[in-house]
Design a binder for this molecule. Structure first.
Ligand code: IMP
Ligand code: MG
Length: 188
């Protein structure tokens, strides 16, 4: 029975979170990233934004709406963590892109780069479709946690090694829709 995994537990109370990046700071940085990306891809054509589900859905929505160049949206879903904050090991493809990205310029849009394994895997997966180019964009990165080096071409913020929630990021599916990024202490 799948339903047991989808129970809606209440979010962690805002009093138990510490704001790390405010809503205003996120919005200002997203606007800067969108401006830079719009400039860089101005004359290249055929830009495909590939959002990584689930965490990147809010970042992708805000970023894509601020671009001033033509683009299409695709999604890919991977799984590397269980319900809490512990890694479940290898990265697993849950859903591949649906559209044909062969010969297109692809920008992978991620919520967070932690060890780097997920983004490294995604770059390989996208490359297997024969795109014209692959670049990466992530809202936040825990630089101290890197286990593999992956270039992040467009980065919002470097953050300390803390579990963060909000703006798409979750802790056991909770707190994804906060407008800011906050720090939470995992209990598992
Ligand atoms: P990586 O493969 O270790 O780089 O992990 C990347 C994935 O781990 C992200 O796409 C998130 O799903 C998850 N993740 C890592 N750190 C956090 C965090 O602090 N909050 C929420 N999700 C996180
Ligand atoms: Mg993610």
């Amino acid at each position: 029975m799948l339903a047991a995994d989808l129970l809606c537990e209440a979010d962690v109370a805002q009093e138990d979170l510490k704001v790390l990046i405010s809503e205003a700071d996120i919005q200002a940085r997203v606007a800067e990233l969108a401006e830079q990306i719009s400039k860089d891809y101005e004359n290249s054509g055929d830009l495909v934004l590939v959002g990584v589900l689930k965490g990147a859905f809010i970042f992708l929505a805000d970023l894509s709406r601020q671009l001033t160049i033509p683009r299409v949206i695709e999604f890919i879903a991977v799984s590397s963590y269980g319900k809490g904050s512990r890694s479940s090991g290898a990265v697993r493809l849950v859903m591949d892109v649906r559209g044909n990205i062969e010969g297109k310029h692809v920008l992978i849009v991620e919520d967070i780069v932690d060890t780097g394994h997920t983004l490294e895997y995604l770059i390989g997966m996208i490359n297997s479709h024969g795109p014209a180019s692959v670049k990466t964009c992530a809202l936040v990165r825990k630089a101290d946690r890197a286990e593999v080096h992956v270039d992040v071409d467009y980065l919002g913020f470097d953050i300390p090694d803390e579990w963060v929630v909000g703006y798409g990021l979750d802790y056991a599916e909770k707190n994804r829709t906060l407008p800011y990024i906050g720090i939470i202490r995992p209990t598992d």
